[in-house]
Design a protein around this ligand. Structure first.
Ligand code: EPZ
Length: 421
């Protein structure tokens, strides 16, 4: 397993290009199953999770061609002849469950392995099932698989989600595009990736309104046609790299960044003493005068503070002046980066879903272990500002969601290298 060696150093200056959003691409790719005509995605990120989704869709019979080194994914759902999403693939990536809605909508049946838990939580699918059953699907859990069928075809329904689940919203919206009649989805997730999915589905001929608000209305149509769609900028990669100059000093421009993608995050950065300026190319970020100030953070569904930036924000607050309280309200076990940061001299007390961080002047480099995707990059951020060397192990987690980390950070002056195992 590869590692990444980071040498704590001075300020970072320059530009970092931000890629297309992993979490948009992982729902846009299954949308190709909804049509017999090809769907082409541009600005696709080159990540191992995208390769896993490609493998899954190909196992169902879809044809996928990665063009321009994977930045373009040309997909055809025409040849799909299998509706069994196997555990061997699904267990590697929870987002595999996003083929459930499209398979039910286009083929009236699906066998999708339950993803099983992951490091950050149990990750159940009760909200997905509730919504699809409301549309007429019969779904039975047997031998670790969801066996779903809807002999007479999906029908539009009024559905209210108990929690604004991103994945459940995506599965239900995709299924509803081909259902008979109108579906009203209440307490829907509002993330930019949901809006991007709906933009793509509208390009394919779907009739959808209200995405980005708590209520989405979908008018079912008989069929969807092919389209070409640019994947939206990755707001989590954006927020992650905004923290590099915040934690090290200097000024970095994040190409492709827009304030609208990270509004709640920017409010917290402003309170912490970090300046963010929108330019015609992206976002310029710099630390204002003096030390970062402590701020409290609570993760919430969009437009609240994103859970996927909690670990990275904690790395910044480890060196802030004062005490910060972070509340993780989305996942039950998303503080695994805390003990690793403690190894670097951070002072963090974790009680259930609350972490209290007492800022220290400077962290000290140490060997640490990546435990999940966002934790891995928070350790790299900490290492950039720490005294001495930090060796981050198990960086395969990183490859799931961040392309070219070493190149992007080296490009702004970081002393970072990948060590092949
Ligand atoms: C998406 O996961 C993202 N993944 C996650 O990003 C992100 O953290 C999460 O949304 C929240 O923003 C992708 O888009 C591929 P949820 P998802 O359904 O859809 C509970 C990353 O780092 N829940 O909104 O699985 C669930 O257990 C990943 O890129 C139910 O109880 O998130 C969790 O506690 C990590 N029942 C909470 O809701 C359900 O049926 C949020 O889950 C579904 C979810």
């Amino acid at each position: 397993m590869d590692s990444i060696l980071v040498k704590g150093g001075g300020a970072l200056n320059g530009q970092i290009p931000i890629a297309g959003a992993k979490n948009a691409c992982l729902t846009l790719m299954p949308a190709a199953l909804l049509s017999e005509e090809p769907l082409t995605l541009t600005n696709a990120p080159r990540l191992s999770d995208i390769k896993t989704m490609t493998e899954l869709l190909q196992s169902l019979g879809a044809e996928i061609t990665a063009l321009q080194e994977g930045q373009v994914q040309a997909m055809s759902g025409y040849g799909v002849n299998n509706t069994h999403a196997d555990y061997e693939i699904v267990r590697k990536m929870r987002a595999s469950n996003l083929v459930l809605g499209p398979l039910l909508a286009r083929f009236g049946q699906a066998e999708v392995s339950l993803p099983g838990g992951c490091a950050i939580g149990a990750r159940p699918m009760d909200l997905h099932i509730h919504g699809l059953e409301a549309m007429g699907a019969e779904i039975e859990l047997r031998d670790g698989y969801l066996h779903a069928k809807v002999p007479g075809g999906l029908k539009g329904a009024e559905i209210e989600l108990g929690f604004a689940s991103v994945g459940a919203t995506e599965n239900i919206v995709m299924a509803a595009t081909l259902a008979k009649g109108t579906t009203v989805l209440k307490n829907a997730a509002r993330e930019p990736e949901i809006v991007d999915l709906c933009d793509c589905l509208r390009r394919m001929g779907a009739e959808i309104e209200g995405d980005g608000s708590p209520t989405i209305v979908i008018q079912g149509v008989d069929r969807l046609h092919g389209a070409t769609h640019p994947v939206v900028t990755d707001r989590i990669e954006l927020g992650t790299y905004m923290l590099a100059p915040a934690i090290c000093g200097g000024e970095v421009e994040l190409l492709g960044g827009r304030i609208g993608l990270v509004e709640a995050f920017c409010e917290k950065l402003d309170a912490a003493g970090i300046s963010v300026t929108e330019t015609d190319k992206g976002l310029k970020v710099a630390r204002k005068n003096g030390r970062v100030k402590a701020v409290d953070v609570t993760t919430e569904p969009f437009p609240g503070f994103p859970t996927d930036l909690q670990a990275q924000m904690m790395a910044l607050l480890c060196t802030a002046e004062g005490t910060s309280v972070l509340e993780e309200k989305i996942f039950e076990n998303r503080f695994m980066h805390a003990p690793e940061l403690t190894r670097m001299g951070a002072q963090i007390e974790v009680h259930g879903g609350t972490a209290t961080v007492h800022g220290v002047e400077r962290l000290k480099g140490a060997p640490v272990m990546a435990t999940d995707l966002r934790a891995s990059v928070s350790l790299i951020l900490a290492g950039l500002a720490a005294e001495g060397e930090t060796l981050v192990n198990r960086v395969y987690h990183l490859d799931r969601g961040y392309e070219q980390v070493v190149r992007k950070l080296s490009g702004v002056g970081a002393q970072i290298e990948r060590i092949k195992s």
